[in-house]
Design a protein around this ligand. Structure first.
Ligand code: AMP
Length: 116
């Protein structure tokens, strides 16, 4: 396990509000929500970034992340009205936590687009 906050959540060192868990993924509530529903889909295995992920054998893991996103959007009751998935990558992408993750946002009509 590495030192980033999501590895610490997966190892149990830090508590989180967990909404879904399987062998490969944890889904938690974002601590600083930007929408009524703001979840983070986090691979249990550490990948620092998408760049890092692409370098190894990944066995379709990211494809399964979208299956998990679909599942938790239904569980949160927002699938019908819609939601947004975001993956921040690198400095320009505004990534803060160096552990690959996907944001799932919804529960209200989101802004027209995400680029400022
Ligand atoms: P990113 O900019 O894509 O790296 O976003 C990281 C996200 O992780 C931010 O939206 C933070 O609010 C969220 N975050 C940071 N620490 C925690 C934590 N301990 N529990 C839940 N979410 C967190």
């Amino acid at each position: 396990m590495l030192d980033d906050v999501f590895c610490k959540i997966v190892s149990g060192e830090i508590k989180a509000d967990i909404v879904y868990k399987d062998n490969d993924f944890w889904v938690i509530k974002d601590i600083n929500p930007q929408a009524p529903v703001h979840l983070l889909i986090i691979p249990a295995k550490h990948f620092t970034s998408l760049e890092d992920f692409m370098e190894g054998e990944n066995d379709g893991l990211l494809g399964r992340a979208f299956v998990v996103a679909h599942k938790v959007a239904h569980k949160a009751g927002i699938a019908e009205k819609g939601y947004r998935l975001i993956l921040n990558e690198g400095e320009d992408g505004g990534k803060l936590v160096p552990h690959l993750h996907i944001h799932l946002l919804g529960g209200k009509k989101l802004g027209p687009k995400i680029v400022k």
